[in-house]
Structures are given as C-alpha cells and as structure tokens.
Design a protein around this ligand. Structure first.
Ligand code: AMP
Length: 466
C-alpha cells in the first residue's frame, strides 16, 4: 500500500496529514499527487467524497513551499494559487482543508465569496495571501475594484467544473482565465463530462493527464434504496422512516426552495428537528444551519442542490432524495455526500409515479438497476392510507389479511389527495391497528425493474406478515 511519504510530500505536510488522521492516500490522491508535484496539467473525473480536495491541494501547497517564509511585506505574498468553486459552501470547505494542510507551513490562504460584505475581505487581501479560494462572481468584483491581482498566479484549480457550467459561470470563468499568466499549472475536476466541459478543458488545460476515479458511478460504499410511494404521502413516509429507524444526520434534497422550507416546517411540527438551506437564505443562515447539523443539534437538513453543493460532513450517514433530481447527474452529486472516504452511507430515494422517468435516467447513468422496496402502509397506489399498519395485515388469515377499512381505502380513486394540513396529524387509529413506528422498518422487495409497474394499479397491502 502506498503511503503519503512515498508520494513525495514534504515532512511539514506529512505532519499535518498525520495529525488529521489521514493514514493512506485515496485512489485519486495516489494518482494525482505525483503528477501534480511535477507540474503536469490534470483533468480529474472524480466526485466529492473521493478525497479530491487533498489530491489537488497537497501538491499545490508543496509547489508553493519555496515562496513561503518571505517576511511580512504584502508584496512578498502575491496570490500564487487560485482555486475556483461554484458555491460559497464548497469554497469555505476547500479553504478550511487548505488551512488544515498548511498548519505547519508559513503559507497564507483566504476564501472570498459573494453574499457577504466585500469590505471585510479587502484588508486580508491587502496583507497578502498565496492561496485564494473563490467563487467566480466575487473574484471578478475584487478584480474590478482592484483589490487583488492575478498576475502572479502559477496554479489554477477549477473544482466541480460541471456545476460551474450548470450555474452559468462559463463567461466569468473565461474572463478570469484571460487575466492569468499563460505559464501555469492547471487542474480541473468534474464529476460528469458533458460536451461543454470537454470544450472548456480543451481551452484551459495544456496536454492534461486524464485521471478517472469512479466516473459517473456512485461510490461503492453507498447503499442505494428506493421506496416507491404516492407523492402525497412522501412527507409521512419520510417522518416514518426517520422515527422508526431512528435516523440521525439526514440530508434531504428537495427540488424547490418552497418545498425545502415547507418540508423542514412540517418535520419540525412532527417533532423531528429540521432546518432548511437554499438560495434564498443568507450566508449566515446557511452556515448556522450547517454548523447545527454537523454538531447534531438538528437532525435533518433539508436542502436544494445548489445550497448543498460541496457540503462536507465527516461520514454523513444518510442522504434522502425527497424529490428525484430531473438531471441524473445531480443524483450522483447528491449521494456523493454520503459514504465519504471509505465510510458507509445510505442513499434513500422516495419515488412517486411521475418520477419514474427520472429514475430510468439515473439507472442509465449509474449503469445499474435500483431495487424498489415498498414500505408497508405506504404502498405507491394509495394516497390516503394512514401511516399505520393493521394487525390484520401483519397476521394473514384475519379478514383476508386486510381490514375492512383498508379495503375501502384501497378501492378509493388512486391519487385522491390528502389535505395538506393533515399530513402530519395523527390519523384516526382503529382498534386493531398499531403504529408502524412500533415495528422494525419492514420492507418488501418486488422483482427488479418493476418500479413503473408498481404505480399502474393500487398495490395490495402486504399480507406476508413481515
Ligand atoms: P473530498 O472528496 O475532498 O471532499 O474529501 C472527502 C472527505 O474525505 C473529507 O472529509 C476529507 O477530509 C477526507 N479525506 C480526504 N482524503 C483522506 C485520506 N487520505 N484519509 C482520510 N480521510 C480523507
């Protein structure tokens, strides 16, 4: 097994890694570090969770060591490495990592991002920093204000380039690249490689080495579960899963900001401590929510894709796709939040009938079929079955395995809506019915590739007694 020392890293960097508990390099680090130390351009196909931040940051830091310790004059500390990320959250986390790796090395780093007062960033820039982590918009604000210079940059890193493309940063990126010295080392990382990313790579990188780690594939340590369910019952199912399985540190993705707020509110109403992060929240609110989530004081963090980008929580155990992403590549990004750096994780997707087409796209992209598991009491054909499982259904033979009330409900028109405000209210509990939450979370596994079929007719409640 290769060690960090064998990759050629300097003792002061090795000491920091040792203190951080990094014992062995991850596959992407093993491949990128030696190449980048020699100053070669790199195109990395790697998703978050593979250790890609250290893969680009460690060699970058080592190559700046000759510039360290040059005294206190700001002129001796020009920006030499520029790391661009699509979001503020990712920028913050990358800079936190850089700071940790440079703890025994006299190099300075700073993160600049929009949404906060630009004036607080200026004095630090004026004092001089060698490593700047930035989001493209704020970086250009500083360029325009002449509060930073990019003419000494010798290393450029583009992190999560596909997300920068999605967020419309291409024109900003091109403007930034035009401001950099032509002689420099370039590293670009992306989880996915649509045509436009390939073009961007062609225009920015110089004969790059292509390094691929689990490209377009979900991390092997992530268990992927899908629960087909009627869309009106997703909130109840989520609350049920969280309570019955005692899930903690659950990152839940929703498709819209509105849905994000609403879901967090409703979870709180049902005594599950939750907060929401999305584009309409201030930076302070996002950081506060993220810190509370990391510390475990909130149990569920509901997020949109943009806000969750780059969230890095050590060994995040659960990711829930409350809404399936319309873009299959987002699925890969989302579940990359869990099962990180070798830790196990579980990605749970709640799939309604209208989302089966997105599921097909996801399965095509990841190259495997995901097995649907029905949670009893949440059969996908029925919108208005209460969140309870009858004793009869768990003990076949009694009333044909189905109580009269359940038979009535199953026969009701499919998709009949449940009043929104009653979603988390305790429903009427007939005498022979016990809460599902009292039972271990049982699941029934239908044959593979049949998710769409599950929605065609109301599924009869499980009478297997499981
Ligand atoms: P990244 O893919 O860069 O977001 O890294 C994912 C997580 O893995 C972060 O929490 C890192 O601190 C951690 N990590 C990265 N490399 C290693 C390593 N070689 N050993 C242990 N943890 C690591």
């Amino acid at each position: 097994m290769t060690t960090f020392a064998e990759l050629g890293l300097a003792p002061d960097i090795l000491r920091a890694l040792d203190e951080m508990g990094y014992s062995t390099p991850t596959p992407i680090q093993e491949q990128v570090i030696p190449l980048a130390l020699q100053g070669g351009d790199i195109l990395g196909a790697a998703q978050t969770g593979t250790g890609k931040t250290a893969a680009f940051a460690l060699p970058l830091i080592q190559r700046l060591l000759p510039f360290a310790n040059h005294g206190t004059s700001p002129a001796k500390h020009p920006i030499r490495a520029l790391i661009l990320t699509p979001t503020r959250e990712l920028a913050i986390q990358v800079e936190e990592s850089v700071r940790a790796y440079t703890r025994h090395v006299p190099l300075r780093s700073l993160v600049v991002y929009g949404g906060v007062n630009i004036n607080t960033q200026i004095p630090v820039l004026k004092a001089g920093v060698e490593i700047l982590v930035a989001t493209p918009g704020r970086l250009l604000d500083h360029v325009q204000n002449k509060t930073l210079m990019l003419n000494q940059v010798n290393t450029l890193v583009l992190d999560e380039a596909d997300r920068m493309l999605d967020m419309g940063f291409m024109p900003d990126l091109r403007r930034i690249v035009a401001l950099l010295p032509a002689q420099r080392v370039n590293m670009m990382f992306s989880a996915t490689f649509p045509e436009e990313i390939r073009k961007l790579a062609d225009s920015i990188l110089n004969s790059p080495t292509f390094i691929e780690v689990a490209r377009n594939a979900t991390a092997v340590t992530v268990t992927q579960v899908i629960h087909p369910v009627h869309h009106e019952r997703k909130r109840q199912l989520l609350a049920h899963l969280i309570k019955s399985r005692d899930l903690r540190q659950v990152l839940v993705f929703t498709g819209t900001k509105l849905g994000c707020n609403r879901l967090a509110n409703e979870l709180n109403k049902s005594a599950i401590h939750a907060d929401a992060i999305h584009g309409d929240k201030t930076q302070q609110e996002r950081i506060k929510a993220l810190d509370a989530f990391k510390a475990g004081t909130i149990r569920v963090l509901v997020a949109t894709d943009v806000a969750a980008r780059g969230i890095d929580i050590e060994a995040l155990p659960f990711v829930v796709n409350y809404d399936l992403p319309h873009n299959a590549e987002d699925y890969v990004h989302r579940i990359g939040r869990t099962g990180r750096a070798g830790a196990r994780g579980e990605a749970i997707s709640l799939v309604s009938e209208s989302e089966t087409r997105y599921l097909k796209d996801i399965e095509k992209l990841i190259g495997s079929t995901l097995s649907p598991q029905i949670v009893p009491g949440f059969e996908p054909g029925a919108a208005d079955v209460p969140v309870y499982q009858s004793r009869a259904s768990r003990h076949p033979g009694h009333n044909g395995g189905q109580p009269a009330e359940r038979q009535e409900r199953s026969a009701a028109p499919r998709g009949k809506p449940v009043p929104r405000d009653s979603l988390f209210d305790a429903p009427y509990v007939p005498r022979d019915v016990v809460p599902v939450e009292d039972t271990p979370a049982p699941t029934r596994r239908p044959p593979r590739k049949q998710v769409a079929a599950l929605f065609r007719s109301p599924v009869k409640p499980d009478s297997s007694g499981q």
